[in-house]
Design a protein around this ligand. Structure first.
Ligand code: ADP
Length: 430
């Protein structure tokens, strides 16, 4: 195409020069006619350029102006290119329209956020659930519109491995679950679901367990109380009943500790930590737990050592931390044969504060480790009934740690022993 144009231009110019030369020779004014011919050609080319510019600028969607020769080819090629472009754009727009109308029909809110955190696009459900308004909120920073601090830190932390459940910014009775995915070059897609029904069911379950535990506590206290009175006078009892009464008393105590653990878990799930938080002297707390553990060990004579390497205080709820730490230490006593070693350690480093309990007891097989913190999960139920455990201890530890921004790490090998380590972030230290 380019070569054709080039040839046509050369041919036209050569023809013009030839005519001007002949005419110049005829009137004996060769230089002037050549100059006039070239000037005319330049003026004509300039005129075509101006028409071209006028068409592109003012009437790009209309047919190109009439032209002949090379200029006709140029106008025509550009016109074809524009038509092709327009068809492409229409096709893309149709795809975008289809995607937008299908996401608009979704019950879940879908929000597109650009790499700077500004709102780009959202569907109808986002207006209903989050109160976004089109077009006023377009381009606004998302954290200015959803101001809940939990959402702000969730949005800014950037990992988005988990979802976040919080109240809707426009209706406190509605629970929303936020899930964020990254795509493109740092853009984010936010999907928000209404999980109010699930939350209400979950709340009912928690309330039910808490209420049943609470209601059972008083009758059980009475039963265990009477059993204690009876067994205190064990000599006066018919020997046939003695064994039964002692077993009833033992199981009654077990039920009491089960109810206490259930109530503690229910409280951990519902109350707010912030109110009760204060600096806790972990070093001193561990010293008393060590003494209690030694008492629990009794004649089994475990060697329980404490290595407290820091006197820094940990911001938290004292009762909850005591519960978590003593669960770990008492477990070590329960699952380590008589005479075994148990080492409790508390230290602080650049990564935060850590408390670990290491024993050389029975150990845990790898397939159980990830499930240990589930409620009522037991590695071996027969072994467990001997220890009088409730199966709730590690669930309590996990909940307490979550409420203290901490994490539980478990390492264990069957027959060699286990180590349970609680990690707390530096911001929790005073
Ligand atoms: P339990 O009241 O039964 O001890 P936990 O939730 O405290 O319940 O522990 C769950 C299970 O984890 C226990 O049944 C036991 O099998 C296992 N476990 C916990 N701590 C240890 C440990 N130090 N050594 C070996 N096994 C352990």
């Amino acid at each position: 195409m380019t070569i054709n144009w080039f040839r046509a231009v050369l041919y036209r110019l050569a023809l013009l020069l030839l005519l001007c030369t002949l005419f110049g020779l005829l009137i004996d004014q060769l230089a002037w006619t050549l100059a006039a011919g070239l000037a005319l050609h330049t003026l004509w080319t300039l005129r075509q350029l101006l028409r071209f510019q006028n068409w592109l600028k003012n009437h790009p969607n209309e047919l190109p102006p009439d032209a002949r020769g090379v200029w006709h080819d140029i106008f025509d090629s550009i016109y074809q290119m524009q038509r092709r472009d327009a068809r492409h754009r229409q096709r893309l727009q149709a795809v975008i329209d289809r995607i937008q109308s299908s996401t608009a029909a979704l019950k879940d809110a879908v929000v597109m956020v650009d790499r700077e955190g500004h709102l780009e696009w959202w569907n109808h459900a986002a207006e209903r659930l989050l109160g976004l308004r089109a077009p006023a909120d377009s381009g606004q920073t998302v954290t200015n519109l959803i101001r809940d601090p939990r959402f702000v830190s969730f949005f800014e932390q950037g990992a988005y491995r988990e979802t976040l459940d919080i109240h809707s910014p426009i209706d406190a009775n509605v629970w929303l679950q936020y899930a964020i995915t990254r795509y493109g070059e740092g853009e984010r897609l936010m999907v928000v679901r209404d999980v109010t029904r699930l939350h209400n069911l979950e709340q009912m379950r928690k309330d039910f367990v808490a209420n049943v535990s609470h209601e059972l506590r008083t009758p059980l206290t009475v039963v265990v109380g009477y059993l204690e009175t009876l067994t205190d006078n064990v000599d006066e009892i018919n020997p046939r009943w003695k064994r039964a009464l002692l077993q009833m008393q033992q199981q009654g105590r077990r039920m009491q500790s089960l109810l206490n653990d259930l109530l503690l878990l229910a409280r951990l799930e519902t109350s707010d930590t912030a109110a009760e938080t204060k600096p806790v002297a972990v070093e001193r707390m561990l010293a008393t737990i060590r003494q209690d553990a030694q008492a629990l060990s009794g004649e089994q004579n475990h060697r329980i050592t404490l290595e407290a390497l820091s006197d820094r205080r940990l911001l938290g709820v004292e009762g909850e931390l005591r519960s978590a730490f003593s669960n770990l230490v008492f477990n070590a006593v329960k699952y380590t044969p008589a005479g075994g070693d148990i080492h409790v350690r508390w230290w602080v480093d650049d990564n935060g504060a850590h408390m670990s309990v290491r024993d050389n007891g029975v150990g845990i097989a790898p397939q159980h480790i990830s499930r240990l913190t589930e409620r009522f999960y037991r590695v071996d139920s027969s072994r467990n009934s001997n220890t009088g455990g409730t199966g709730l201890g590690l669930a309590i530890v996990k909940h307490v740690l979550i409420r203290h921004d901490g994490e539980l790490k478990i390492h264990s090998a069957v027959g060699q022993g286990s180590s349970f380590t609680c990690h707390f972030p530096l911001k929790r230290l005073v």
